[in-house]
Design a protein around this ligand. Structure first.
Ligand code: GLN
Length: 486
C-alpha cells in the first residue's frame, strides 16, 4: 500500500524542492484510496487529475505556483459539484447524473491550484450522522473499522484521517463536518453561514447548509478556508465581504482570550464522562497558554435538536421536490401516467431516512400544523441565536465536546433514528445560530478519538482558528495515525 500523504506544508516543501511531483502525489493518493478498505471514496477521477497535475508541475517549474495549494490533492464530498463529474449524494435517485458546472468553492480551490482526485462517501443527501445511509454502503472508521466514521461527511473525514489526501471538503447542516472530524480524529470546520458560497452544493436545508474544510492540522484547514471563502454573486445568501486573511490569526497566542464553558453542555448526564474529561483537560491546556475561562449559559440548548429537526426537514421536503424523474438522474421504468412516474421514481430512488425526512418536513409545513411546529421552531431558533449573543458578550469563544461520545459501532443506531439524531446535540446549535464552529482532536477514549468543539461569533473564524491552532501547538493528538492506515 502506498504511504500516507503528509500535510499541505510538508507536501508543498517536497514539491518546491522537486522531491515529489504533483503527478506522483495524485498517483499516490489514488493508489491509497483504492488500497484502503474503508469505502471512503465513491469515485476517483485519476486520469483527469493526472492531466491537471502535469499542468501544475509545469506551472511550478515556470515559477508560477498559484497558491500554497498548488499541486495538492484534495477530495470532495459527493454533494459538492464539479463540472463533468458525478454528484450522486449517495442516492439512487441521482444515479448517472453529472454536474454541468463547478461549485464556487470547487472553482476557487482549483483556481488556487488544488487537484481534486475524487468524491467521497456520505449519508444520502447529507441526512445522517454515520455515513450508513448510503447507496454505496457505509464508510468505515480507520481507528476501528467496525465503528462508524460519523456523518454525513464521513468519507471526507476518513480520506483525511487515513492520509489519502491532506484536505477535503464536506458540508455541515447540523454537524456533518464537525461530528465526523471528531470521530475520525481530524480538524473540521463549519464557517459562518454565508462565508462560503453554497452555489453548487446540493441543497439539503438551505438556511443551514455550509461547505467547509477537513484537514489534519488547523493550519491546513485555514489554507483551504482562505481559498474557498468570500462573496459570490451566484449565492444570494453569501456575505458581501471579501475573503478574510486568516493565516495571520495562527500566532499561537491566546493570552487574555476568554473561553466560555456553557453549563448545559457539561452536564454530567449529557455526555460520556471520559469525553467530558478529555475536553476539560484540553481547556486546562489552553488556560496554561494564557487563556481565561468562565462559565456561560445557553439556556435554550435542550430545545436545539427538536428545533433543528423541524427546520431542517421542512427545508429538505421543499428542496427535494425537484427530484421528479424529469430533471435529474434516475426515472422509474414501465410507469403509467405522470403522477405514477413521480411516485415510483421517488419511491425507488430515495432511501428510508430521506423519505422519513420528506414526510416529517411536509407534515410540519402543512396548513394545520405550520403554526404548532414550523413557526414555533423558527421562534425557538431566534431564542437560540440570542443565547449565543448574550454568551459572547462575556467570552470570545465557546468550548464544548463536539459529540457526546466517541464513534459508535456500525449498525448500532441504524434502526433507531431518534438515538441517531441525539448524536447531534452539541452540533446543531451553531448552524441554527449561523455562527462558525470547528472540531479539533483533543484525546482518545478506548482508542477512539475525541473532538473539542469551538464556537465563535459570526464572521470571527479567526478566533476559532487561533485557539485551535494554539491547542495543536501544545498537543500531539493530530500526529497519531489510525491503525487501519499506518
Ligand atoms: N446529522 C445531522 C442530520 O442528520 C446533520 C447532517 C448534516 O449536517 N448534513 O441532519
Amino acid at each position: 500500500m502506498s504511504d500516507p500523504l503528509g500535510g499541505v506544508a510538508e507536501l508543498r516543501g517536497a514539491l518546491d524542492d522537486r522531491r515529489v511531483s504533483a503527478v506522483e502525489l495524485v498517483r499516490a493518493a489514488c493508489a491509497r484510496a483504492r488500497a484502503l478498505d474503508l469505502n471512503a471514496f465513491t469515485h476517483l477521477r485519476e486520469e483527469a487529475a493526472l492531466a491537471e497535475a502535469e499542468d501544475s508541475d509545469a506551472r511550478r517549474a515556470r515559477g508560477e505556483a498559484r497558491s500554497p495549494l498548488e499541486g495538492i490533492p484534495v477530495a470532495l464530498k459527493d454533494n459538492v459539484c464539479q463540472a463533468g463529474e458525478p454528484a450522486q449524494c449517495a442516492s439512487r435517485i441521482l444515479e448517472g447524473w453529472k454536474s454541468p458546472y463547478d461549485a464556487t468553492a470547487v472553482a476557487r480551490l482549483r483556481a488556487a491550484g488544488a487537484i481534486v482526485v475524487g468524491r467521497t462517501n456520505m449519508d444520502e443527501f447529507a441526512m445522517g450522522s454515520s455515513t450508513e445511509n448510503s447507496v454505496h454502503g457505509p464508510a468505515r472508521n480507520p481507528w476501528d473499522p467496525e465503528c462508524a466514521p460519523g456523518g454525513s461527511s464521513g468519507g471526507s473525514a476518513v480520506a483525511v484521517a487515513a492520509g489519502v489526501v491532506p484536505a477535503a471538503l464536506g458540508s455541515d447542516t447540523g454537524g456533518s463536518i464537525r461530528q465526523p472530524a471528531s470521530f475520525c480524529g481530524v480538524v473540521g470546520m463549519k464557517p459562518t453561514y454565508g462565508r462560503v458560497s453554497r452555489y453548487g452544493l446540493v441543497a439539503f436545508a438551505s438556511s443551514l447548509d455550509q461547505i467547509g474544510p477537513f484537514a489534519r492540522t488547523v493550519e491546513d484547514a485555514t489554507l483551504v478556508l482562505e481559498a474557498i471563502a468570500g462573496h459570490d454573486p451566484c449565492d444570494a445568501t453569501s456575505i458581501p465581504e471579501p475573503a478574510p486573511a486568516l493565516a495571520g490569526a495562527l500566532s499561537g497566542d491566546v493570552s487574555g482570550l476568554v473561553i466560555g464553558l456553557p453549563r448545559e453542555y457539561f452536564a454530567s448526564d449529557g455526555a460520556d464522562p471520559e469525553v467530558l474529561a478529555a475536553v476539560r483537560t484540553a481547556v486546562a491546556e489552553l488556560e496554561q497558554a494564557g487563556a481565561k475561562t468562565r462559565e456561560v449559559s445557553l439556556p435554550h440548548t435542550p430545545y436545539a435538536v427538536a428545533t433543528y429537526y423541524l427546520v431542517a426537514t421542512a427545508e429538505a421536503s421543499s428542496n427535494l421536490a425537484r427530484y421528479d424523474g424529469v430533471r435529474y438522474g434516475r426515472r422509474a421504468e414501465r410507469v403509467g401516467d405522470l403522477l405514477d412516474m413521480y411516485r415510483r421514481t421517488r419511491s425507488e430512488g430515495f432511501g428510508a431516512e430521506v423519505k422519513r425526512r420528506i414526510l416529517l418536513g411536509t407534515y410540519v409545513l402543512s396548513a394545520g400544523y405550520y403554526d404548532a411546529y414550523y413557526r414555533k421552531a423558527q421562534q425557538v431558533r431566534t431564542l437560540l441565536r440570542r443565547d449565543f449573543e448574550e454568551a459572547f458578550a462575556a467570552c470570545d469563544v465557546i468550548a464544548t465536546p463536539t459529540a457526546p461520545e466517541t464513534a459508535f459501532r456500525l449498525g448500532e443506531r441504524a434502526a433507531d433514528p431518534l438515538r441517531m439524531y441525539l448524536s447531534d446535540v452539541f452540533t446543531v446549535s451553531a448552524p441554527l445560530a449561523g455562527i462558525p464552529a470547528l472540531s479539533v482532536p483533543c484525546g482518545f477514549v478506548d482508542g477512539l478519538p475525541v473532538g473539542l468543539q469551538l464556537m465563535g461569533r459570526a464572521l470571527d473564524e479567526a478566533s476559532l482558528l487561533r485557539v485551535a491552532d494554539a491547542y495543536q501547538r501544545r498537543s500531539d493528538w493530530h500526529e497519531r495515525r489510525p491503525p487501519e492506515a499506518a
